[in-house]
Every structure is written in structure tokens, then in C-alpha cells.
Design a protein around this ligand. Structure first.
Ligand code: FAD
Ligand code: MG
Ligand code: MG
Ligand code: MG
Ligand code: MG
Length: 552
């Protein structure tokens, strides 16, 4: 058993498992995982190295398939159908995994310890606070809604982040229609109650607007015909366009469709405060302030760090960042045994220019002070792996390979052989780092990072013996694995009326009913279990046949 050999050094004299025989069982290394969202779930699903003992801590004992949360808000899909109990996932594993329903409140990296608070019903008496030791800590706690400290948001707005949020929204939407249908109201009052405001024109806000519009159009017209005319949906976006992160064609289509549907999209509109009656906005152009009565507001303007992460960043000198910085191997900067992934973290990609002298020195094998093409070619693969921005830069410049780039830098002087000195080398690569950008905070990224990290743990012993990372830069032996690489598989924006915009790799854009079917099939296939897949698909079918359930 390789794991046991590799961990022989971890054997303890205190015989942790009470086995007294001379053939002591080596103590398993303990991995503590915080969070059961996309990143955490993906790590657990992909981990299969039995030489670890894993303890999972999260305030919720289930995983949520967040891309379908907007569908829950108006009853297209049931909340139950998009959650999977975490114990269902871990009981199927050959790895020793335990779960505690608790949230981490403090991390103590010096003593390799975390402090937790149980979140189970406090009426069930028990130890509420406890500490847990770890050998490896994996932080996957996600992020929280960012209110930008706008007054009144906490008190008066709905968020759409957790299952309970979606359930609350659904109840509130239905109750708005019931309330507006009461006999003793003026038209003005009905208008106010049925004014739905969405703040933030990102994917979540847009999808909710579309869901709400469909609900009104398909079900409300039949169930609440008298109040249909009072319904108004307003989408407020601070920048010039909704769905900024998508291709222009998608943005245009979405704005056009919403316009035709009568959804009032107000661009360049900043929310300044919200009281229990009115929402105040400032127009970006002329700075005019408008106060508008509303019935319900959904706030979805982006995410910020959780208190635990803010505190931890302060502790380790990462100050005022928006997310925990890790290296390309997902290790928190400066800590070899703490990993962070998903929405709570960002990868601090090394800049080529920071390392340029070192790269040059490593490439210049004969120490001649100049680089030949041959010397350079030997190190290209390692450079491209260590610094993915190089490939992006070549693509953006439409240069075939990096040698062409060097030739270009050398100009006419380069005919057959080129030799570059350090200054020429620097100037050839000086623009490369401009291609670096942070990965988006998406399930797709979190999911791939979880799988990547599990795979590192699966092969830990093997790679300790035979490192496989970019050879030239392995340096201190930290880089036993290939760095994390994100593969973008495309992105959907459901726009309502059975129409979806899809942006697939290679700038392939498709909008309409056909992409809606692609959306259905992709989201059915991405479900974490056959159980949720069956539930989600039957919810879709049910809605097609019977419409939405509006009891609430
Ligand atoms: P999360 O999935 O948020 O998980 C965090 C986990 O940590 C949770 O289990 C939480 O309970 C737990 N936790 C919190 N605090 C603590 C603590 N102190 N200690 C221990 N555990 C803690 N992405 C896409 O790619 N495609 C989409 O279509 C899409 N649609 C979305 C729709 C909505 C409505 C939302 C809200 C998000 C959507 N996303 C989508 C984004 C995606 O959900 C996130 O990027 C993803 O969930 C990030 O994964 P994570 O594991 O980092 O965080
Ligand atoms: Mg997680
Ligand atoms: Mg999640
Ligand atoms: Mg991230
Ligand atoms: Mg040389």
C-alpha cells in the first residue's frame, strides 16, 4: 500500500486508533474541507485516495445546484429538486469522510487549527463551539451578496443566493398577486404592489426578470386576469448594458427582447437608497434622482467576501482584497497546507515580467548570456504551462509561436539564427502579461477547481516521487503538479419565452429556441445525481403540461 509507505513518517507514538500490535497503523493525514457548494462537492466527488481522512464542515448539509435557483423563484422547478444531501454523496465513497453541520468562524494557521460553531438547531443541547485540527485545510466557503453598503438594502431587498432565498421570493411573488387581487384597493396601490424591481443586469438578475415575465405571461393571465394590467417589471443596471460579460450580440438581443416584452430596462441607473416604500436611483448622465414606489426588490449586483475570509485575509496580510489570493496550484499565498478555491479565492497568476531574468537564466543553458532558438525551444512548453497568458498573447497577436515573436523583435537582423540578449528578450515579451485576467466567479470554475484539487490529492504520493509540473520552474519542489488550468465550456443566458442565449467556446453564439433545448439537456446532464436529474426533468415536464404551482 503506497499511501501507508509514503505516510510512514506520520506514524504517531500515541497510537491514535488504539491498536497495540507492533505493526502500528500509520495515522491518516487529515484533510478539513470547509463548504459543500460547487467547489467542495466537486472535490468530494472526485477524491478517491483512501490514505486521507476527510472532515467536511458546512452550515448546510446539502449541495445546491445554483444555476437552477432562478427557476425556483417562480415555481418552474421545486426547491427539493435542486438540492442533494451531502451525506448521499459521501456514503458512496471509498474514502473515510465525515460531515459536521457547523460553520468555521476562525482559522489559526500557526497551530493548524480551525474554530467552528455548530449551526444545528440550538434547542438540541450540545457542544456549540469546537476546534478541529488539520494537516491540510481546503477553504471553499463561497462568497456573499455585496450590498456596497447601500442604505436599506439589507432590510428591504430579496437576495438570490440560497435555496431559502428562492423559496422566499416565490412566496412573496405569489402573495403580491393575492394581495393585489383584494377588493378594497385603489389602482395606484395595485400598481405599487405589482411593481417588481431587479437591481443588477448580470446573469442572475436577467434570468429572474425573464422567469417573472414568463410567469406573468403564462400563468398570471389565467389565474389573476384582473390584475395583469398592473404588473410592471423594472431592471436597473448601473453600467451601459445588461449581461456585460457576454458577447455584444447577446446583450443586444436581450435588451431588444426585454424591450418588446415591456420589461423596463433602465441603464446607467445607480441605486442610492431603499426605504420600505420607495427605491431611489441616480441617473449616471445628469445625476438626477428618482424615487419610485415598489412592491418587491431583488438585489443581485455581485458578490463580496464572507466575514471569515475578510478576517483571515487581514490575519495573513492580504488586507483589503476582494478574495483570498492563491498561487496557480490553489495554495493560499505563503501557506503550503492551505488551499482555497471557488468564489472565495482568486488565482494570483505570476507575471512573466516578474520572472523574466530567471526565465532567461534557466533557458540560457550554456550561460553564454544570449539565447538561441534552440535553447529557447527547449523551455517553451514549460513557459506556456507556467504562464498561460503567453498562449493567449500569441493568439491575440495572431503569431504562430513564440519563436516568431522573438524573430519579430529582432527585426531584419534575424535571418537564419537569432540570438537574443536579456534586453531584447525582455522587450519581446514585454506585452505578454496584458492578457492576464481573473477567472469569473462561476460554478464552472469552482467545479473544475474542486476536481483539479481532488486529483492532486489522489496522486499526492506518486507525484512526490515523480514530479510532473513545469520542470524548469519546479524550483523548491513546491510544484509537484501541473498548475490549474481553466477550460471554458461556454455560458448560457436564459431570456424567457423558451429562448436562451448561448455563448460557446470560439465565440460561437446561438440565440433562440434551439439553444433553449441545449440548455435543458446540458442542465439535466450536469445534475450531481440521478435522483435530482429525475426530479428536475419531471418538474420541467409538469410545468409544460400543468403550468406552475401557485399555492404559497
Ligand atoms: P458556494 O457554492 O456558494 O458554496 C459555499 C459553501 O460554503 C456552502 O455550502 C456554504 O454553506 C458553505 N459555507 C459558508 N460559510 C461557511 C463557513 N464559515 N464555514 C464552512 N462552510 C461555509 N455559475 C455558473 O457557472 N453557471 C450558472 O448558471 C450560475 N447560475 C447562478 C445562479 C445563481 C442564482 C447564483 C447565486 C449563482 C450562480 N452561479 C452560476 C455561480 C455559482 O453558483 C458560484 O460561482 C458557485 O456556487 C461557487 O462555488 P463555491 O463552492 O465557491 O461556493
Ligand atoms: Mg464549496
Ligand atoms: Mg453551490
Ligand atoms: Mg474564484
Ligand atoms: Mg545561450
Amino acid at each position: 500500500n503506497r499511501g501507508h509507505i509514503a505516510h510512514a513518517d506520520a506514524m504517531t507514538s500515541n497510537g491514535a486508533h488504539g491498536i497495540a500490535s507492533s505493526e502500528a497503523v500509520p495515522k491518516k493525514k487529515k484533510v478539513v474541507l470547509l463548504g459543500t457548494g460547487w467547489a467542495g462537492m466537486s472535490f468530494l466527488k472526485n477524491l478517491n485516495n483512501p490514505s486521507y481522512e476527510v472532515e467536511v464542515l458546512s452550515p448546510r448539509n446539502f449541495f445546491v445546484f445554483t444555476p437552477l435557483l432562478p427557476s425556483v423563484t417562480c415555481g418552474k422547478v421545486e426547491a427539493r429538486s435542486i438540492v442533494e444531501p451531502i451525506r448521499n454523496i459521501i456514503r458512496k465513497k471509498n474514502v473515510d469522510i465525515s460531515f459536521s453541520e457547523a460553520e468555521c468562524v476562525k482559522i489559526d494557521p500557526q497551530n493548524k487549527k480551525i474554530y467552528c460553531r455548530a449551526t444545528v438547531n440550538s434547542k438540541l443541547k450540545g457542544e456549540e463551539e469546537f476546534a478541529v485540527d488539520y494537516d491540510y485545510l481546503i477553504i471553499a466557503v463561497g462568497a456573499q451578496v455585496n450590498t456596497f453598503n447601500t442604505p436599506g438594502v439589507e432590510q428591504n431587498c430579496h437576495f438570490l443566493k440560497e435555496v431559502e432565498d428562492a423559496q422566499k421570493i416565490r412566496k412573496n411573488v405569489i402573495e403580491s398577486f393575492e394581495k393585489a387581487s383584494l377588493p378594497n384597493l385603489s389602482d395606484e396601490e395595485r400598481e405599487k404592489i405589482l411593481h417588481f424591481v431587479i437591481v443588477g443586469g448580470g446573469p442572475t438578475g436577467v434570468e429572474f426578470a425573464a422567469e417573472l415575465y414568463d410567469f406573468v405571461n403564462e400563468d398570471v393571465v389565467k389565474l389573476y386576469p384582473k390584475v395583469r394590467e398592473f404588473v410592471k417589471i423594472t431592471l436597473l443596471e448601473a453600467t451601459d448594458h445588461i449581461l456585460n460579460m457576454f458577447d455584444k450580440r447577446i446583450t443586444n438581443f436581450a435588451e431588444g427582447k426585454f424591450g418588446r416584452d415591456g420589461i423596463d430596462v433602465k441603464l446607467g441607473s445607480m441605486v442610492t437608497k431603499i426605504n420600505d416604500n420607495e427605491i431611489s436611483t441616480k441617473a449616471r448622465g445628469n445625476g438626477n434622482t428618482t424615487n419610485t414606489p415598489y412592491g418587491m426588490v431583488l438585489w443581485s449586483t455581485g458578490i463580496g467576501p464572507r466575514p471569515l475570509i475578510k478576517e483571515f485575509m487581514k490575519q495573513i496580510g492580504q488586507g483589503n482584497r476582494r478574495a483570498l489570493a492563491t498561487d496557480e496550484w490553489l495554495r493560499v499565498e505563503g501557506f503550503d497546507t492551505i488551499y482555497a478555491l471557488g468564489d472565495c479565492a482568486t488565482i494570483n497568476q505570476r507575471k512573466v515580467m516578474e520572472d523574466i531574468s530567471e526565465i532567461f537564466k534557466k533557458a540560457d543553458k550554456d550561460e553564454s548570456g544570449t539565447l538561441t532558438v534552440k535553447e529557447f525551444q527547449e523551455i517553451i512548453d514549460d513557459i506556456c504551462e507556467r504562464y498561460p497568458q503567453v498562449e493567449l498573447y500569441l493568439k491575440s497577436k495572431q503569431v504562430r509561436n513564440i519563436v516568431d515573436l522573438l524573430k519579430e523583435a529582432k527585426g531584419d537582423a534575424a535571418k537564419e539564427s537569432i540570438e537574443l540578449n536579456i534586453e531584447e528578450f525582455k522587450s519581446a515579451l514585454s506585452q505578454v502579461d496584458s492578457q492576464m485576467k481573473n477567472l469569473p466567479a462561476t460554478a464552472q470554475v469552482a467545479n473544475q477547481q474542486g476536481a483539479y484539487l481532488a486529483n492532486c490529492f489522489n496522486r499526492m504520493e506518486e507525484c512526490e516521487k515523480n514530479p510532473e509540473g513545469p520542470a524548469r520552474f519546479r524550483g523548491t519542489g513546491r510544484h509537484r503538479f501541473h498548475p490549474f488550468r481553466y477550460r471554458h465550456l461556454g455560458q448560457f443566458a436564459p431570456l424567457g419565452g423558451e429562448q436562451t442565449a448561448a455563448q460557446l467556446p470560439g465565440d460561437w453564439v446561438s440565440i433562440g429556441h434551439s439553444s433553449q433545448w441545449l440548455w435543458y439537456s446540458v442542465y439535466a446532464s450536469k445534475q450531481v445525481s440521478w435522483r435530482t436529474r429525475a426530479l428536475v426533468v419531471s418538474d420541467w415536464v409538469r410545468r409544460f403540461i400543468f403550468g406552475r404551482d401557485t399555492s404559497g
